[in-house]
Write a protein of this length. Structure first.
Length: 332
């Protein structure tokens, strides 16, 4: 039986845990590091998820051993790290306390992670990203050779502590930071497939991360600045033009670092339009008064551009405006 612990029982962490517990209850021993209201809810009611199964709205409830003390849970086979960027430095020591000799850490987070260049060939190989991991604090606790990189394609929410609402999507791309398709990656992908995820293995996960970032890094901050849903952002030709200019700069960086996008901004806009009038996660965070994930989505792209000598005037403008807004509201 595999021991799997979730660190970050929000929308994505809860979604992962609920499907694992519901489909593979006899195959995995599920636990979570949680605190406050989330810990209380998990202990009292278990993890709950509202989803659709066979076309019918269904509430799934799975038991989870939860604690705010990682040492109570013991070494794990897999730790799923699903926190937002601003919380990473605080939770990294908790993750370290869950590590045994063979433990892997599946990083299910938005944006460019701290380990991105540690094993990626090219002009940035080994680059320590100060914007997402100042001083290498996280890298010292969770080294790249422990990491399973991932890209999540799903929409989820947390209406209340301990309750996840799964809206759409079951996509999960896994990959090793060093590239290729090593056995431990394919084995974990197979387990997630048995749990109902559309899990695939990428031979170069950094490319998948960069592609997702390429779409997210514009809509998130602009929606946070304006309060607009994504359809309205794309309906304004001046704003849409600015979004495209930012995307061209990020795509140019991707070409240099070995993560080509292979798509035009206009093609990506058509994909985004199909999602309708939705609020980005950053806009939801602003409305709720939560810290925003600006560094992992935008600041880090500017840092990479500076390292390789690639100009980023439009990225700089978007970053400066969003950063100022967040600072004046105490959200950064």
């Amino acid at each position: 039986m595999k021991k799997i612990c979730i660190v970050g029982m929000g929308a994505i962490g809860g979604w992962v845990a609920a499907h694992l517990g519901h489909r593979l209850g006899d195959e995995v021993q599920l636990s979570a590091v949680a605190r406050g209201a989330t810990l209380a809810a998990l202990c009292a009611q278990g993890l709950r998820m509202d989803t659709v199964i066979d076309g019918q709205p269904t509430r799934v409830t799975v038991p989870v051993v939860a604690s705010d003390r990682p040492e109570d849970l013991g070494p794990q086979d897999l730790v799923v790290l699903a926190v937002k960027g601003p919380a990473l430095a605080d939770v990294a020591p908790l993750v370290q306390r869950l590590l045994g000799p063979q433990t892997r850490v599946l990083v299910a987070m938005n944006g460019v992670p701290w380990w991105f260049f540690q094993q990626l060939d090219g002009p940035c190989r080994g680059l320590a990203l100060q914007s997402v991991d100042p001083g290498g604090h996280v890298a010292g606790l969770i080294p790249a050779d422990r990491v399973i990189g991932s890209v999540v394609h799903a929409s989820c929410a947390t209406p209340e502590p301990g309750l996840v609402k799964h809206v759409m999507g079951m996509g999960l791309i896994l990959g090793d930071p060093a590239g290729g398709e090593p056995a431990h990656i394919t084995e974990w992908a197979a387990l997630f497939q048995r749990a109902g995820f559309n899990a695939t293995v990428s031979p170069r996960i950094q490319k998948d991360i960069w592609y997702k970032l390429w779409g997210n890094m514009t809509m998130n901050p602009i929606s946070a600045l304006t309060g607009a849903t994504c359809d309205r952002i794309l309906d304004d030709e001046l704003v849409r033009g600015f979004v495209s200019a930012v995307m061209r700069e990020a795509a140019a960086i991707g070409d240099v670092i070995g993560c080509p996008v292979g798509q035009t901004p206009e093609q990506r806009h058509e994909v985004t339009r199909k999602l309708g009038a939705f609020k980005t996660s950053m806009l939801q965070d602003v409305e709720a008064g939560r810290k925003i994930e600006l560094d992992a989505l935008v600041t880090v792209v500017r840092e990479i551009g500076q390292h390789i000598g690639q100009p980023t005037p439009n990225i700089d403008a978007m970053l400066g405006l969003t950063r100022l807004m967040a600072r004046t509201r105490g959200l950064l």
